[in-house]
Design a protein around this ligand. Structure first.
Ligand SMILES: [Zn+2]
Length: 436
């Protein structure tokens, strides 16, 4: 009897406990659903290293002692194949990262079969009144940035892409000047920068004016260095870096409605196409310094910020043997293959130039056997340096190697694992509590 009574009392307590639990669960579900529904994450950063695979990140980490992107608490990998193929270009992969949809190479946020527009992450944010910034160190109408604001069947339709940029109404564009404004693509049609001004953009062409911009400056475009920023290894100190452009984006877009900032490190890819290892990892470092700007913001707004760092694809099939420390030979290189070519075309002491540029002690006759053709000599010298430094390249093109993805901030844990690049914008939009 006592046992039964006790049993009853326990059951009564259990019942009350159950009710309490249900009530608490209900309260908890209310608070978590409102957190999603009312967009607890207000500030979203998406960093894309063009061509930045595991090898590029590992070598940069070893050479510079540390990359903050490699230290982020959440790490994973994404696959990058385009529709109907294995090796992607930047248009198809940026479309996947921007819209969550697979397209054929060359397509920019347009369906490959019915040519319908694919809504981008940036457009979803813009439609909700959230500030949008697009930052790159390559031309602003190049494939990766373009996939976030443009809808074209060809990534080469630069003039039309530039018009889409103006039409987007996004708040902040910074990087290389639009290629669409070159006569080759413009074909006597109206000047892109004049059209931008007529549509309410302040177009800034120099560093001092860019740095003087303050919150409330309105819609801004910053193009201070021609069609692309300098390679970081060659960049004069009086020009703006990718980190500078990122810091300015944060300053101008910060506000109660939140922001979405996409930053592309676009020249990692260019250097990898030339198999120029030091130039490539200096570009990784430049992107990492931009990530550092976002991390500084996150430290001030830890409950409202998400940072995601990934790549569109790998380039070069780079593999490095870090065990023998031979990669440290790269420290004797002082300029990119591109600047070497510029210096070479000026003429003069070729033995001295080869030593100064790549740290290679070659005699004039040894250099002569390589040929002195501008362009090909640099590639041959770089091949010698790669062999000595233990850096192997499989190709001068893109590969289908999965690329790292790293994240920190609110909801960041769902970026761990191994999945497809189309999942990236889907996961971002889910954390923010919006839909495409
Ligand atoms: Zn490429």
């Amino acid at each position: 009897m006592n046992f039964l009574l006790g049993g009853w009392m326990t059951k009564g307590k259990l019942f009350r406990a159950l009710l309490l639990t249900l009530f608490l669960t209900f309260l908890l579900s209310l608070s978590s659903s409102s957190a999603l529904g009312e967009a607890k994450v207000k500030y979203v950063f998406l960093f894309i290293g063009d061509g930045m695979g595991e090898g590029q990140r590992a070598l940069a980490h070893a050479f510079y002692g540390k990359l903050v992107m490699n230290d982020l608490p959440v790490q994973g990998f994404i696959t990058t194949q385009p529709l109907g193929g294995r090796i992607t270009d930047s248009a198809a992969s940026a479309t996947a990262l921007a819209t969550g949809k697979k397209v054929l190479n060359g397509f920019l946020s347009v369906d490959s079969s019915d040519f319908s527009k694919l809504t981008t992450l940036a457009e979803v944010f813009k439609a909700r009144g959230i500030g949008v910034g697009i930052v790159t160190n390559t031309p602003i109408d190049d494939a990766t940035p373009a996939a976030f604001y443009s809808h074209q069947r060809s990534r080469l339709s630069y003039y039309e892409i530039s018009l889409d940029m103006i039409r987007s109404g996004f708040d902040y564009f910074a990087g290389g000047s639009p290629l669409g404004n070159h006569e080759r693509y413009r074909k006597r049609r109206p000047d892109i920068l004049s059209l931008a001004k007529a549509n309410g953009y302040r177009v800034v062409r120099d560093k001092v004016e860019a740095e003087s911009l303050k919150a409330g400056a309105g819609k801004v475009m910053i193009f201070d260095q021609g069609a692309a920023l300098y390679y970081e290894i060659d960049r004069p100190k009086d020009t703006l870096s990718l980190a500078d452009l990122t810091r300015k984006a944060i300053e101008l877009l910060y506000g109660p409605h939140g922001f979405f900032i996409m930053v592309e490190g676009g020249k990692i890819d260019w250097a990898c196409h030339a198999n120029d290892a030091l130039t490539a990892i200096a570009e990784v470092k430049a992107l990492d310094e931009a990530v550092e700007e976002a991390l500084e913001f996150l430290r001030k707004h830890p409950e409202e910020t998400l940072i995601v760092v990934t790549a569109d694809h790998e380039c070069g099939g780079m593999r490095v043997d870090l065990s023998g420390e031979r990669f440290r030979l790269l420290k004797h290189q002082t300029m990119s293959y591109a600047r070497f070519n510029r210096e070479l075309s000026k003429g003069g002491d070729i033995v001295g130039l080869v030593k100064r540029a790549f740290g290679l002690n070659l005699t004039e006759s040894e250099i002569k056997t390589l040929g002195d053709e501008v362009g090909s000599l640099a590639l041959k010298l770089i091949r010698i340096l790669n062999e000595r430094a233990g850096i192997n390249w499989g190709t001068r093109g893109h590969t289908d190697a999965p690329v790292p993805i790293s994240a920190i901030g609110v909801g960041a844990q769902i970026f761990s694992g191994f999945y497809d690049n189309t999942e990236v914008p889907m996961r971002i939009i889910r954390i923010v509590g919006l839909t495409f």
